[in-house]
Design a protein around this ligand. Sequence first.
Ligand SMILES: Nc1ncnc2c1ncn2[C@@H]1O[C@H](COP(=O)(O)OP(=O)(O)OP(=O)(O)O)[C@@H](O)[C@H]1O
Ligand SMILES: O=P(O)(O)OC[C@H]1O[C@H](OP(=O)(O)OP(=O)(O)O)[C@H](O)[C@@H]1O
Length: 304
Amino acid sequence: MAMNAESLEGRMLFAIPKKGRLHEKCLSILAGADIQFRRPNRLDVCVALNHPIALVFLPASDIPSFVGKGNIDLGITGHDVVLEGAMEDFVTEILRLNFGKCSLQVQVPESSPCKTSTDLAGKRVVTSFEVVAARYFGEIDDKLGLKGEQRTKIEYVGGSVEAACSLGLADGIIDLVESGDTMRAAGLHAISTVLETEAVLIKSTKPKNPQFDPIIEMITKRIAGVIAASKYVYIQYNVERTHMEAATRITPGRRAATISPLEQDNWVAVSAMVEKKKAAQIMDDLGRIGAEDLIIFNLDNCRV
Ligand SMILES: Nc1ncnc2c1ncn2[C@@H]1O[C@H](COP(=O)(O)OP(=O)(O)OP(=O)(O)O)[C@@H](O)[C@H]1O
Ligand SMILES: O=P(O)(O)OC[C@H]1O[C@H](OP(=O)(O)OP(=O)(O)O)[C@H](O)[C@@H]1O
């Protein structure tokens, strides 16, 4: 189906990274929020089948400026990408999405004498994040009173940043680190963290189309539910009434734990949402205070 301005009339435009690290997760968020679409091969704009929304598939790095300028109403990208696009005053990060988590770090060869970013000041730094890097080293250079040629030389490369030191192009780099595998394989180590990032849902600070506020709010709530459902599990267990207080200290729930009496005297059933990453530890702790019949349920979706 060819897309024209008419078919987009009255539709809230929602930008999604078209490829790269964030793409797949965004598709599962759209599915979880029940935004249905059929994307014809190679087409970057497609209308949702069940909402007045059009999805626009764009490079993650272009999304902040489109949203910031108001050409697109809503978008998903990385927090790092917002900062690199210098768009933090033009977009509002309405939700953290709990994926695409990594850190932007200053790295040097294992053998480098530079132990801190200050040691690296004045030298050559290669990065794909030239805006963030210039700001970061600009402040250090200012503090050290470095002028002109003495200041840190930031050079942009589009990818394979980790190769720059071994190629003799740089004394250090600024690049994203998740597991650290890329950094270690290149014989580098981190000497400082410039920022922590994760995927974010963004809208314009000054929306051009305020008529879309209600649908943006609805989609935001749905996505928040999808994220919470992936972050939390539901735990249910039985415990003697005398241990109830200790038990609810371990599983206080988001608002409060649900406690129901059991037919068996002096026993209660407790259920509560707990963070998925803490679930194993919580089960150990509950076992220690005598909780029994522990069951963990995954959540498909929720509103919290
Ligand atoms: N290793 C990683 N772990 C987690 N998130 C990451 C990682 N690398 C990148 N990201 C996040 O994904 C965003 C986009 O990174 P990615 O490398 O996929 O983009 P891209 O370079 O625009 O894509 P492509 O290389 O396909 O053009 C980053 O800005 C960051 O927010
Ligand atoms: O710490 P790690 O888990 O190794 O991840 C970090 C790597 O991931 C990203 O690159 P990506 O693999 O997306 O490729 P790119 O260099 O083409 O962006 C980033 O630029 C690092 O190189």
